[in-house]
Design a binder for this molecule. Structure first.
Ligand SMILES: [Zn+2]
Ligand SMILES: [Zn+2]
Length: 195
């Protein structure tokens, strides 16, 4: 689903509208920002990922493409974090909003410490369980914990041999069938390099 969130930018003394168009589609997990982003905008990927997770929401393990339109003007600085994050939350159905919505003030997302300090809020308790993974042997949905990559039943079978290098079937994170997945290394390479 596509979400479009508008923000503003200044060039010299003029202000203009910039739209963060976020598309989430099936496929290997990836997160790319296009539309002439500078290094600070590219780093929004790390800030947005951390902020979404630490807010108790789920960062979609799918193919995320963000286009900052108009595509022919350079985008600088960290001010696109919020519209990108909102676009991801709207596009993944975690926040209701029209897919083509709202004008957000350009705001940088604070480091995740602010979210970590909260206690007892709804988001905190939900954060862990919403991050689902797949049993690397049978593919059943389990908690995303690299130290426990098997469901209960498969773990019982595995523990009879406890062979950490036995080749299993699918990646703990994306659930795709992959070669070289083992109890010791439960993530496929793309997921491993992103975590
Ligand atoms: Zn299993
Ligand atoms: Zn994977």
């Amino acid at each position: 689903m596509l979400a479009r969130v508008s923000t503003c930018a200044v060039e010299g003394l003029d202000g203009y509208i910039v739209s963060a168009e976020v598309d989430i589609s099936p496929g290997l997990p990836s997160f790319s920002i296009v539309g002439l982003p500078d290094t600070a905008v590219q780093e929004a990927r790390e800030r947005v990922r951390a902020a979404i997770r630490n807010s108790g929401c789920e960062f979609p393990m799918r193919r995320i493409t963000v286009n900052l339109a108009p595509a022919d003007t350079r985008k600088a600085g960290p001010s696109y974090d919020l519209p990108i994050a909102m676009g991801i939350l709207i596009s993944s159905g975690q926040v209701s909003g029209s897919p083509d919505s709202a004008l957000f003030n350009s705001t940088k997302l604070a480091p995740p410490t602010a979210a970590r300090d909260r206690s007892g809020s709804v988001g905190d308790s939900g954060a862990q369980s919403e991050d689902g993974g797949s049993c690397i042997r049978c593919g059943r949905e389990i908690d995303l914990d690299p130290d426990r990559p098997l469901c209960r039943g498969c773990y019982q079978v595995w523990s009879q041999y406890s062979n950490s290098d036995f080749e299993e079937r699918c990646c703990l994170v994306c659930g795709d069938e992959r070669r070289g997945i083992t109890y010791a290394k439960p993530l496929c390479y793309p997921c491993y390099s992103r975590n």
